[in-house]
Design a protein around this ligand. Structure first.
Ligand code: GLN
Ligand code: ZN
Length: 764
């Protein structure tokens, strides 16, 4: 393509999925951790995977191919290791961090707990949180340089290394005093400078500095630190060109960013489109820089509307001529699956309208070609036409037919529940629960036996009847166990579900499932999100049978268990032809039917889980209210149709609740259970200062560990909570579902929990 270029426009990528087309990356890593692979074997196969990905990107015809976006676990962890930032609890005395220590930081070992892991902005990817300590950061191992050289020597690729920029790195790290941000930055920069100098000496031309934290609010002080850093780095390595890359939304402080001493600015023109266009209009773009235009969505799996993007690029070209433009994805492609090749079973109108990472690279190359050669060039024309047709066919699918009116708002207005204080009386009469009632979050251990049963049924070796009977046996066993333990509110155990979103997706209209659409969630763990591609509809009751069966076995109340609309939305790939709000409403209406079905079948407590409520929270302060409004609205739409005496529960975990309290209150659930055993102090404070006034279940033990907590430990937590929350509103439960735990430890832990509740009641 280079020779055909008329106007100097280039195309590039920002990052490629590392997991391998058939998850070979994951398999190799796990084999190594399991002791089935020597270190050299692991490193050799990793190199092969890496080079393979580079070859693919070269074949796609891209000018800018990222190197060092690859990792053996996580690139934040790589960066920390490169700078020798190994917490003191690991045995490390300096020099390159040994592979064992590197993995221990990610996963923990016998003597030291793993580093914290947390979500990468609004994605479902989790990075390892770097920890600053006594040690001054210094360059102990230039892996960026090594990977650059490897691509050049092995494949003759002049790659563009990727590095997390100092601002984002520091913002996402912990272990230092936030008020000393600038000072800590000063201590970090020499390590960065040395790294850049080594790249410069090697003849590296461009470095991609990822600074996604620049799309979130940046204080004056922080902006000063950004400015100082980039001036410092520029004078340290003046010949090395920098691409300052932002993504996931529009860059804050646009006018100040484009004035930094870097040679290219990367903008996300998918999620930050309008704001970026406004900024371009208002401030223009400096003549001495390249604009890296992220026009192909790296966060979703749909084909790009190429006509739209060509128009967009043309309008930008009036400000920044094509010869100073790079066409690229909106962010790294690691957030989408690798290739459509295996997806032969999807409905054709869906499959044709999809683009995973490899297909997105083709789109980028095609956009560049269309601009360089003109949309009338034969091949370009045919391919643009094919893409247009595919999108048209999807749009025409009956599954996407427009819905009449907006029933959601009308229903919601009509169905706000009776005030909590009043319906509470009805519920107290109905259930007659003791103070500090005990319950669990829903799932019980998915043992080897349960997984085997499901496998046999999926393979057709068991009939549906056999499988159903097997599930019933599990339910019966666990109802008996719960009664024997003495829990007050029981659950059926969710044995029929592999995954809390997939289970509902498979039973609702509008969903599709891929066979190989994996994306990395953390470390070697991958998820395969469902695709919401048509209108979501309720087809038949999804959970009634198992729940009613469980209820028939006991006189204690059994909670029905559903996944909430916002969580289903946030853990799926979602159609982008209508606003997310509308998809959330469709999901909510469908779940509302399920709630009604449960109620009609005699289930009097229903839990609607929303662990992913926070995940959808926009990065920009100013967008949050709108999101929370429709997200809360969707939850209420799903749950507000019930009688006063029916008790609605919800559950949330893995999140920082302090800025969600208002939204949580507005959910208007009768009881919320939340994770607290790991973030105890913080959470209680948030609920205390805001005087939360509905039922609240405190997670009194961490379900992520096989350790059986003692009665005393839990009594301690309960006492602490009772100092700030009234006993009349308080429930006692584990942090989250127990599906990953073994049977024995679960039963023991729950016995201790019930014991702790009894003691706490007596002490009241
Ligand atoms: N009800 C679900 C379970 O117990 C909740 C899971 C979750 O919060 N992630 O498994
Ligand atoms: Zn949970």
């Amino acid at each position: 393509m280079n020779t055909e270029k008329r106007n100097g426009l280039t195309s590039g990528n920002l990052g490629y999925p590392r997991i391998g087309e058939n998850r070979e990356w994951k398999k190799q890593l796990e084999a190594y951790w399991g002791g089935k692979l020597e270190q050299e074997e692991l490193l050799a196969s990793m190199k092969e995977i890496r080079l393979n990905h580079l070859r693919k990107q070269r074949e796609a015809g891209l000018d800018w191919i990222p190197v060092a976006d690859f990792t053996l676990y996580d690139t934040m962890l790589d960066t920390a290791a490169m700078f020798g930032l190994v917490p003191d609890r690991f045995d490390y005395t300096g020099g390159p961090v040994p592979l064992e220590t590197y993995f221990a930081m990610a996963r923990g070992n016998r003597s030291a707990a793993a580093c914290e892991m947390t979500k990468w902005f609004t994605t479902n990817y989790h990075y390892i949180v770097p920890e600053f300590g006594e040690r001054t950061p210094s360059l102990v191992d230039n892996r960026i340089l090594a990977l650059y050289k490897e691509a050049k020597e092995e494949l003759g690729i002049e790659g563009r290394p990727v590095l997390i920029g100092p601002y984002t790195f520091l913002k996402l790290s912990k272990g230092y005093d936030r008020t000393r941000f600038q000072e800590v930055m000063q201590s970090l920069l020499p390590a960065y400078a040395q790294l850049l100098q080594e790249l410069e000496q090697e003849g590296v031309q461009w470095l991609q500095m990822d600074e996604p934290a620049l799309v979130m609010s940046v204080t004056d002080e922080e902006m000063q630190a950004v400015r100082d850093s980039y001036h410092y780095l520029h004078s340290a390595a003046p010949r090395l060109k920098l691409l300052l890359q932002t993504y996931f939304d529009s860059a804050e402080r646009y006018s100040e960013l484009v004035a930094l001493p870097v040679q290219a600015i990367g903008l996300d023109l998918v999620s930050g489109r309008t704001r970026h266009l406004d900024a371009l209009e208002q401030y223009g773009f400096p003549e001495d820089k390249l604009l890296a235009a992220g026009v192909v969505d790296g966060r979703n799996i749909w084909r790009t509307d190429l006509d739209d993007r060509l128009q967009l690029l043309e309008s930008i070209a009036r400000k920044v001529p094509y010869e100073r433009m790079i066409i690229q994805p909106s962010c790294s492609l690691m957030h989408v699956p690798i290739s459509l090749a295996a997806e032969t079973a999807l409905p054709p109108e869906l499959r044709n309208a999809l683009a995973f990472a490899d297909e997105k690279l083709e789109e980028i190359a095609l956009l560049a070609k269309a601009i360089c050669l003109g949309a009338e060039q034969e091949e370009v024309k045919t391919r643009l036409q094919a893409s247009r047709e595919a999108l048209r066919a999807l749009k025409a699918s009956p599954l996407r037919a427009a819905r009449a009116g907006q029933p959601a708002e009308a229903i919601l207005a009509a169905k706000t529940r009776t005030p909590f204080a009043e319906r509470r009386k009805e519920q107290q009469k109905a259930f007659n629960l003791p103070l500090l009632p005990t319950t669990t979050i829903g799932s019980f251990p998915q043992t080897a036996e349960v997984r085997r049963g499901r496998r046999l049924w999926r393979k057709g070796e068991w009939t549906k009847e056999q499988y159903d009977r097997f599930i019933r046996e599990q339910i019966r066993e666990w109802i008996a166990i719960q009664e024997e333990i003495g829990l007050d509110v029981l659950v059926h155990g969710e044995f029929e579900r592999t995954d809390m979103v997939e289970f509902f997706g498979e039973k609702l209209a509008g969903f599709a499932f891929t066979v190989n659409g994996w994306v990395q969630s953390y470390g070697s763990r991958c998820v395969k999100p469902p695709i919401i591609w048509g209108n979501v509809d309720f087809e038949a009751p999804m959970t009634v049978e198992e729940t009613v069966y469980a209820q028939s076995l006991t006189s204690k109340p059994v909670k029905g268990m559903l996944t909430g609309p916002v969580t289903v939305l946030n853990w799926s790939f979602v159609r982008d032809d209508i606003p997310r709000k509308e998809v959330a409403e469709q999901l909510a209406l469908a779940l509302r039917r399920e709630v009604e079905s449960l109620e009609q079948a005699g289930i009097r407590m229903i839990q609607v889980d929303e662990p992913a409520l926070r995940e959808g929270l926009p990065l920009k302060e100013e967008d949050r209210e709108e999101y929370l409004e429709w997200a809360v609205g969707a939850f209420r739409l799903a749950t507000s149709g019930v009688k006063d005496s029916t008790q609605i529960h919800t559950h949330m975990c893995y999140c920082e609740f302090s800025d969600l309290i208002d939204a949580i209150r507005q959910l208007d659930a009768d009881v919320i259970s939340i994770e607290t055993s790991r973030s105890h102090g913080e959470l209680l404070e948030a609920f205390e200062t805001d005087t939360y006034d509905k039922g609240i279940g405190l997670g009194v033990y961490d379900i992520h560990s096989p350790r059986v907590p003692s009665v005393d430990e839990m009594t301690g937590l309960i006492e602490k909570a009772l100092r700030v929350l009234p006993a009349s509103l308080f429930w006692i439960n584990p942090d989250c579902g127990l599906k990953t735990r073994a049977k024995e430890e679960t039963v023991q832990s729950l016995k201790h929990m019930v014991q702790a509740a009894r003691q706490a009641r007596e002490a009241l």
